[in-house]
Design a protein around this ligand. Sequence first.
Ligand SMILES: C[C@](O)(CO)[C@H](O)COP(=O)(O)OP(=O)(O)OC[C@H]1O[C@@H](n2ccc(N)nc2=O)[C@H](O)[C@@H]1O
Ligand SMILES: Nc1ncnc2c1ncn2[C@@H]1O[C@H](COP(=O)(O)OP(=O)(O)OP(=O)(O)O)[C@@H](O)[C@H]1O
Length: 289
Amino acid sequence: MKLLVKAPAKINLALDVLYKRPDGYHEVEMIMTTIDLADRVELALTNDDKIHILSHNRYVPDDQRNLAFQAAQLLKDRYQVKKGVVITIEKIIPVAAGLAGGSSDAAATLRGLNKLWGLGLTLDELAKLGSEIGSDVSFCVYGGTALAKGRGESITELPAPPTCWVILAKPFIGVSTAEVYRRLNINGCGHPNIAAMINAIHQHDYQQVCANVGNVLEDVTLNLHPEVAQIKDQMKRFGADAVLMSGSGPTVFGLVQHDSRMHRIYNGLRGFCDQVFAVRMLGERHSLD
Ligand SMILES: C[C@](O)(CO)[C@H](O)COP(=O)(O)OP(=O)(O)OC[C@H]1O[C@@H](n2ccc(N)nc2=O)[C@H](O)[C@@H]1O
Ligand SMILES: Nc1ncnc2c1ncn2[C@@H]1O[C@H](COP(=O)(O)OP(=O)(O)OP(=O)(O)O)[C@@H](O)[C@H]1O
């Protein structure tokens, strides 16, 4: 028996850090939304009681370091599952890009194995399990658009943002999320207005969404990697309505509504960046399988 599950990437329309917690993590407030750029995760049942990972991408680990492996292991241990699975990951989302690729593969594995192994868990239960794997996994279990609080695992659903194009540009570098958080000076940076972003989404107000994008981690990564600032400048020059780094980076996204401008930005950035995509937001929460 086989199941194919979609694992979409996310962007952070806004990302604020409130304080560093005693457990070493940072208390965040983020507006996250899934986009139409997805890995394909195929789950095939085996009777050997083992977890196997297959991927053609040399940057994706094929052992217990893979977040999809960890998701399967967690379900096996917690619910004494005696079956095995072959997890084949067709990687479309750039790796170590700030787009939650690994987290989304883990979330897709949780959703898929819940069905394949007949566990009968709710999305809320899967999201709670996901938070044990990584801070972005809970959001990825639900998808759609949400406010994420705590260390990222406390999710409140939001409606779909206004329709627009999301142009993603990833430079050749990779970024360590832990290092970016470690270097952040919470008191020495400007903070995005999360309430204003939530209001803009509720009002379906594209101009206000664009006016309120912001990410406290951006300056940290920009200082480490000046090429990210260059990509931001390029996107602005080609006419994006809003430009921001996603998560801890290094991927930069630009928002536009007009097709012609989307093409201008897309074509202008290709050749300058490692990978460029023009995609839509997936909008509100709906079944990902
Ligand atoms: C930057 C974001 O991607 C934005 O969505 C997330 O906040 C990070 O999510 P993630 O990659 O799933 O993060 P995790 O794998 O849980 O943590 C990686 C490292 O980032 C730091 N970390 C992460 C989340 C958080 N709220 N505070 C942190 O300080 C910790 O040093 C942690 O060891
Ligand atoms: N399924 C997976 N796909 C990609 N990378 C994975 C996966 N599982 C584990 N990894 C490891 O995780 C690291 C970060 O990869 P990932 O693509 O998830 O980063 P990211 O998009 O920056 O994540 P986030 O936005 O959640 O911080 C990679 O360098 C890789 O070694």
